[in-house]
Each structure stands twice: as structure tokens, then as C-alpha cells.
Ligand binder design. Sequence first.
Ligand code: GLU
Length: 514
Amino acid sequence: MQPKVRVRFAPSPTGPLHIGGVRTAIYNYLYAKKFNGDFILRIEDTDQTRFVSGAEDYIIEAFKWLNITFDEGVGVGGIHAPYRQSERTMYRNFALELVEKGWAYYAFDTPQELDDLRKQNEALKRNFQYDSTTRQGLRNSLSLSKEAVEDLIAAGEPYVIRFCFPADTDVVFNDLVRGEVKFNTSLLDDKVLYKSDGLPTYHLANVVDDHLMEISHVIRGEEWLPSCPLHVMLYKAFGWSEDMPQFAHLPLLLKPEGSGKLSKRDGDRLGFPVFPLQWSDPKSGDVSSGYRESGYIPQAVVNMLALLGWNDGTEKEIYSMDELIEAFSIDRISKHGAKFDVAKAKWFNHQYFQKLADDQIAKDYLPILNSKGLNADLDYVTSVVSLVKERCDFLNDLWDNSYYFFKAPETYDEKVVAKRWKDDAGKQMAEILIHLRQMAETECGDDVLFAQNADTFLHNHITEQQLNMGQIMNCIRLALVGEGKGVNLADIMRLIGSGETIRRIEKAIEVLGR
Ligand code: GLU
């Protein structure tokens, strides 16, 4: 029987979460949900030098916003608690077990000694590696006598515990994305498992926890592939090979240009966020933009990220979370990096924005209007939203596309004035006004009827008088909107009403002349 699917997202709280990390979490989540498995949040904070305060809270808040939930983990609890590695105290015994079994050794070399060696080798254009070819010449429990080692430990000499890679051995494992992967140990150094500060390194803590937490699949970024042979060997050394998780290393998210990993700098350069939420760096105070603050809809972000490096083999692009869960499979994850596409990100948001109910958008739009000193009633704003939302990708695009429903133009676009308000445009408008005033009076405040009749009148009038349709209609648009853009004129007249329509045309004649 297959073991229960248990996957984890295991970020280190070293700063804001990159969207590449968010995608990793999404793939883990989809995989867990597809197989009714568990999704765990483990915080890997054993590297005290890289710890950034606020990063853990940021991570938790980001997934809340994205509606990605964890079954176990930091902030949730569970049978394997604690899920914050700095609170787990079992690692030392595991490191000692490996020393006992001959899979690891104490090393007393100081950082200064190792640095000197590295420099000496560099001067000779050689690469220094702590491995089977060099370890006998260094200060460790393989080269020193048992008594010397005991004395050093008793004297309180700082030491680390290193993994002892066998010489020139192929480590072969299967990766669910890449197939068979092979590394020769001659390329690998004897990585530190346990540090002199009394904390495990990522490698030891990660493998021990994946084992203890019964993780069935390790789905993580491709940057961890080079660490995987060590992890595979650690499972072997502990005698856990039988229950070793299956590995899937995900391709990178690439720059929009296509080569190199997508970085924060690309985001700054091209004006898009690379983090889910805005982040203020606690040290420098630098603020990086987030998808949430940029007006993205969380479902759109999840959908967009899920499709960066995975597809179900069809052309389908818009998926609900349930559809993603249903369709997701590791074997359809691309082996190649996925180029981030800003226009596509906006396109996804556009699609999700259109799906929102008009009155919901209107409710979110009200505070924006209030911030501009405008009060409008929800029904009116809802009608405006229904007319303009297809022109918007984001909530924040609404104002530019609908301001004229809330206030009369204060200026008129010069280019449009030059192109349209010429010859006897003012005179034409004045004549049209006479008819519109009459209509407004007869229709006594029925703006729907007014807009309908005004529209029919304008078309007839232009045809009968053999006027230029484009010019006349655009002069009216200029008067109502202040620019050459906007939705259908009849819709504008209907919503702003007969009185306001007439006032705006009067004002345009006054400002732009007869
Ligand atoms: N702590 C690692 C990270 O920050 C976890 C890598 C893994 O999933 O094994 O990405």
C-alpha cells in the first residue's frame, strides 16, 4: 500500500517569500489535496545568522491571503509539534548516532584555518573541498587519535559534525520531474550536519524532520537538487532508505527575458511584485511591493503561479482551486524553467476581476471614491462598475475609467479639442442643446428615457443635417468626459442624467467657445 501523501512547505524565515516559493507551496498543496493527504508548514530557522524578524508572520499571512491552508504546522499545531526547528531538540542525538555508526565525524578546524586553506588553494588555482581526499590531513576525529578527540571535546574546543561521504561513489536517485539523477561523491564535500553553535544545519534538520514527520514527497525548488545526494545518503546512513520520500525538484521561475532566475531586481526594473505581500525590510526600511497591495486577486495569483511550469496538456488557463486540485499532476510539471510574464499576470487578474459581482466591486470602490472626497450611492456605483469593469484589470483601474460618472470634467484634452472642436462645433452644440433641454423637460427626470431619446435624436439630427458623425459625437464626448475616451454616450447620459448632461455641454461651449 502507498503511504499516505504528506507533503511540507519548509521555508527559512530569512526575508519575504519569493513567488517562486509560493509556487512551490501551491504545488505541494495541490498534490496533498488531490490525494486527500496532509500539507504541513515547517519553519526551518536553524541558521541564526540569516534569521529575519517578521519573516515567519509574513509567510503565514501570505498563505492566509492566498487561501492556502495547512493541515499541520506552525500556527496550526499537530501531532509532530513543534514545527519550528529552533524549538526541536532532537537533532544532536541524530548527529551523534551518525558519528557512532561511522557516517559522520567531529571536525575541529577553525573557520580561520579553513579560510586559509581555501585561499592557499585558490592561489594555486585549485578548489579546496573538505572530502575523502583532504580530510585525513585536517583536524578531525578521523585523523586524530581517539584520546586527542576526547581531550579536545573535554577542553571545550568548538567542533562541528560533518558527514563522511564515501570516496568516488555514485549516488543515484529518482526525481519525479527529471527522472534518474546521478552525482558522484567526488564532487561533494563533507557537509556540516551539526554546527558549533549547537544547532543542526539545514541538511540534518530537514532530513530528520522529513523522516519523523512521515513526509511522503519532497516537492521543492531546483536549487536544492545539489543537496539531494547528501539527503539520500543521510537516509541510507540512518537506515531509513525504505521510507525515503520521493523527490520532485521544480524548475526555476525565470526572468521575463527568459534567462536567469527571477529576482527582486527584475520586479523593480519592470514594475511588478515578486512577493505576495508588501514587505518592509526591518533593517534597511526598504519597501518591496506585493501582489496584494498591487490590487491582485488572490485566486488569480494562485491560478497564474500554478500555470507557470505546469499545464494539464490542454489549452485551459482559468482554473478554480478545485479544478486545479483535480487536474494537477507532478508528471506534467515542465523540466524547463518558466518565464515570468507580466502581461499574463495582468491578464489573469483581468479574468478574475470580471468574475467578481458588480456590487462587490462597487463596495470596494466606495472607499476609493471617498478618499477623493466623493460620496456616491452603492446602486449608482454598481451601475458604473457594470459599464466599465471590462476595461479594467484591477480595482485601481476603475477611477481612470469612470471618474466622469462622479464629477464633471475640469479640463478638456487639448489633442481632442484640436481635432474635434473646430469649425462651427460650438454652434452645432448650442443647437443640439436646445433639443436636449426640450427633451429633458418633456421626460421630466426619467433619465433612461432621456438617454434613449437623446441618442436617437443625435443620430437623426446628424444624418438630417448632413453633419460629421465622428466630429459631433466626439464633441459631446469631450463635453461629458473631458477626453476622447469612455463608454457608450447613451450610457453616460443615462447615468449622469439629463440635468448634468446639459450642464456639461453648456460648460464646454462656455470654455471651448462657439
Ligand atoms: N528551508 C529550505 C528553504 O528555505 C527548504 C528546502 C526544502 O524544501 O527542502 O527553501
